[in-house]
Design a protein around this ligand. Structure first.
Ligand code: SF4
Ligand code: SF4
Ligand code: SF4
Length: 350
């Protein structure tokens, strides 16, 4: 089917909303509460457009695209409405982009830029309101635009049911449980809310001040922690070659952007100075450095001795989900074919 945007016909797949149809064709309509995973919310009103035959402005995220539909996304009326919505969001918080971690990848900032908003038109006084109690997540309520993506993600996507909107009117804010600090709430620190937040309101605490979004290269890989095989993007600072944050890959069939606390936040081991770089042999209760040849030779002679004395089934081997499938295959082959036992296991076997 075809939909006309701003006088030009575009092909549109069945089942798409007007917003999705526009995006599929490379047209930008500001939108802040919609995320492909949490779906249309019709909440922020930044995506309003004119649709021929429909009265008033319509939220493009909630209207299904239909064959022959004529949509206007760039009329003065549409742009004025979008501008007012985004302006009010900027006005009702503390949006100090210069120091904000989200600077450069913020959807609110992008919308303001697209609409030509240089500074907020209104002044709403507010006090700083942040929550540093969580080990891995930093929250700045003054940068929250109440889009609800984090609430939808926490309740419907990862089903941890921690976040909700609390209080009323101007005091409305996203709360954890009964308005507990995040660090003492039932939050399991999966970071789905961090991934879904369009602004700098919920962010990875330990990546703060590490690198700007344009200074990092995203390297996609598979999480090393367990056998699920979640796909992650490591954000590597080009200046230092260090990982500054990790995000889930949204279109990965295994995890659809979701990660657990380990996959999302526990990558500091990669650059740890305590990592072993050479084999260590224990002698008289102390470790000494050894060559790989010496270590292999010791392992081989010790295993041989045990096998001769007590039989192959007196030996067992544990491998790790941090190894590749191929390494795990080789390890079980070694235990079965070389040692001669089926006593082999793996930490990711449930
Ligand atoms: S959340 Fe976005 S608009 Fe607000 S300060 Fe951060 S970068 Fe700027
Ligand atoms: S980190 Fe996970 S559990 Fe905690 S509030 Fe965010 S989405 Fe919910
Ligand atoms: S914290 Fe972020 S995702 Fe949640 S409602 Fe506020 S702006 Fe939206």
């Amino acid at each position: 089917m075809f939909v006309t945007f701003n006088g030009k016909k575009f092909p549109v797949a069945e089942g798409r909303t007007v917003l999705e149809a526009a995006r599929d064709n490379g047209l930008f309509i500001p939108s802040l509460c919609y995320h492909p995973k949490t779906g249309p919310a019709g909440k922020c009103r930044a995506c309003v457009v004119e649709i021929e035959g429909m009265r008033g402005l319509q939220t493009s995220c909630t209207i299904p695209a239909k064959d022959g539909m004529a949509v206007t996304t760039n009329s003065p009326k549409v742009l004025a409405a979008q501008r007012l919505v985004v302006d009010l969001m900027l006005s009702s918080g503390q949006h100090d982009c210069l120091s904000c971690e989200q600077n450069g990848s913020c959807e609110l900032q992008n919308a303001a830029y697209f609409l030509g908003i240089e500074r907020p038109s209104f002044r709403v006084d507010s006090e700083p309101d942040f929550d540093e109690s969580s080990e891995f997540i930093y929250r700045d309520h003054e940068k929250c635009i109440q889009c609800g993506r984090c609430v939808a993600g926490c309740n419907n996507t990862v089903v941890n049911e921690v976040l909700d909107f609390g209080w009323r009117g101007h005091n409305t804010k996203v709360i954890c449980d009964d308005d507990l600090p995040m660090g003492t709430s039932s939050c399991v620190q999966c970071g789905e809310c961090v991934q879904l937040c369009p602004t700098g309101s919920i962010i990875d605490k330990r990546s703060r001040g590490q690198a700007r979004s344009w200074e990092v290269e995203k390297v996609e890989t598979v999480c090393p922690y367990c056998g699920v095989g979640c796909r992650i993007a490591l954000h590597v600072d080009r200046k230092t070659n260090r990982i500054v944050r990790a995000t889930g890959v949204e279109d990965a069939p295994t995890n659809q952007g979701m990660l657990c606390v380990k996959g999302r936040f526990a990558f500091d081991f990669v650059a740890s100075t305590e990592r072993l770089t050479t084999p260590l042999i224990r002698e008289n209760g102390n470790f000494r450095e050894a060559s790989w040849e010496e270590a292999y030779s010791l392992i081989s002679s010790k295993l041989g001795e045990i096998k001769t004395k007590h039989g192959a089934d007196s030996i067992g081997g544990f491998c790790s989900a941090k190894c590749t499938n191929e390494e795990n295959y080789l390890f079980q082959k070694f235990m079965r074919a070389v040692i001669g036992t089926n006593n082999v296991d793996h930490c990711a076997r449930l």
